[in-house]
Design a protein around this ligand. Structure first.
Ligand SMILES: Nc1ncnc2c1ncn2[C@@H]1O[C@H](COP(=O)(O)OP(=O)(O)OP(=O)(O)O)[C@@H](O)[C@H]1O
Length: 222
């Protein structure tokens, strides 16, 4: 059974989409600016109007309250949302220095005022905050969009470890085809309101509409 299953999912701009993402699999979506990638992630997180169904381990989104769904199917937006002044107030369970260090953040970062954080610091802290909740699915909206090369590598490595250690399903929106090739087992482009699967590295043509196969043994390990 896939971890996340999108069944005839339609948003204002996209669909219907059928897509299964297996436990431990990363699927990347690229597409032109304005093609509807963020709206698709927001619909899966049940934050925007949509038709069709999103199903987590056999349980439909519609069968549970939105906050409970989003604890398991977590949307990570570029800079996150911040409701308190101090960074640490957004980490109710705390965060060890080791986790902060993995993203190149100092041990005292939880004591910072949110207002002083740079865009890239907010992006990394928002990601860490979400990982602390240990969601089964991560909906990642350009998670390295504001980051330099070193921080991008750190985020990619951390998310790779999280995916493997938690058998998490990742749906990763990126504008960078090289990043998509590095991090994802399957890659799609959002074109003409539908997901078109990209061909393999041997130059194969874009293959199919977003009906998914599950991650199989021997798929690329990242
Ligand atoms: N609340 C809204 N009402 C009407 N249209 C909207 C709304 N929110 C977004 N849109 C439009 O929907 C389209 C898709 O937006 P979306 O943010 O999903 O694009 P995107 O593919 O993520 O783009 P980018 O790569 O630039 O982030 C855009 O044309 C946007 O203007």
């Amino acid at each position: 059974m896939p971890t996340l299953s999108l069944q005839q999912l339609r948003t204002r701009h996209v669909g219907p989409i059928d897509l299964d993402i297996a436990a431990g699999e990363c699927v990347c979506i690229r597409g032109a600016s304005g093609s509807g990638k963020s709206l698709l992630l927001r619909a899966i997180a049940d934050l925007d109007p949509h038709a069709g169904a999103a199903v987590l381990d056999g349980r439909a989104c519609a069968s549970m309250p939105g906050p409970a769904w989003r604890r398991q199917v977590a949307l990570v937006m570029a800079e996150g949302q911040w409701w308190a002044d101090r960074v640490g107030e957004h980490f109710p369970g705390g965060c060890t220095p080791a986790w902060l260090d993995r993203l190149g953040l100092p041990a005292d970062a939880l004591g910072w005022q949110v207002a002083r954080c740079s865009t890239g610091e907010r992006q990394r802290l928002a990601l860490l905050r979400t990982l602390m909740q240990q969601p089964a699915v991560l909906l990642l909206d350009e998670p390295t969009g504001n980051l330099d090369e070193d921080s991008t590598a750190r985020v990619e490595a951390l998310l790779g470890d999280y995916r493997r250690e938690h058998a998490a399903a990742l749906l990763w929106v990126s504008h960078d085809p090289r990043q998509a090739a590095r991090v994802a087992q399957r890659r799609f482009v959002l074109e003409d309101d539908r997901l078109v699967e990209e061909g393999e590295e041997d130059g194969g043509e874009a293959a199919s509409v977003g009906h998914a196969r599950s991650l199989g043994a021997g798929d690329a390990a990242w």
